[in-house]
Write a protein that binds this ligand. Structure first.
Ligand code: SF4
Ligand code: SF4
Length: 82
């Protein structure tokens, strides 16, 4: 089963540069043209399922605006705690 991930993009730090959108290997990110941050940028966001939590978007973001989360399968989590 593929790893499931998701991201949060900080409105406070995102400047809509598009780097993360172009870097995402799953093509699940885009700039949100319906939303403006308080600084006047269209922030990046997830547009579909398929994020694997690979964190490439967070690595390329020059503003450190992305937090990546990754779902850990229960069996793997249990194995790690033994
Ligand atoms: S964590 Fe990976 S798959 Fe998910 S949005 Fe970022 S670059 Fe794309
Ligand atoms: S790379 Fe960072 S600053 Fe640029 S659009 Fe993505 S989240 Fe925003």
């Amino acid at each position: 089963m593929p790893v499931k991930g998701w991201i949060e993009v900080s409105d406070q730090f995102c400047k809509g540069c598009d780097l993360c959108v172009n870097a995402c290997p799953q093509h699940v990110m885009a700039l949100d043209i319906e939303h403006l941050t308080s600084k006047g940028y269209h922030p990046a966001h997830l547009i579909s399922e398929g994020c694997t939590g690979c964190a490439i978007c967070a690595v390329v973001c020059p503003e450190a605006a992305i937090t990546v989360y990754r779902e850990v399968p229960v069996r793997a989590a249990a194995a790690g705690s033994v």
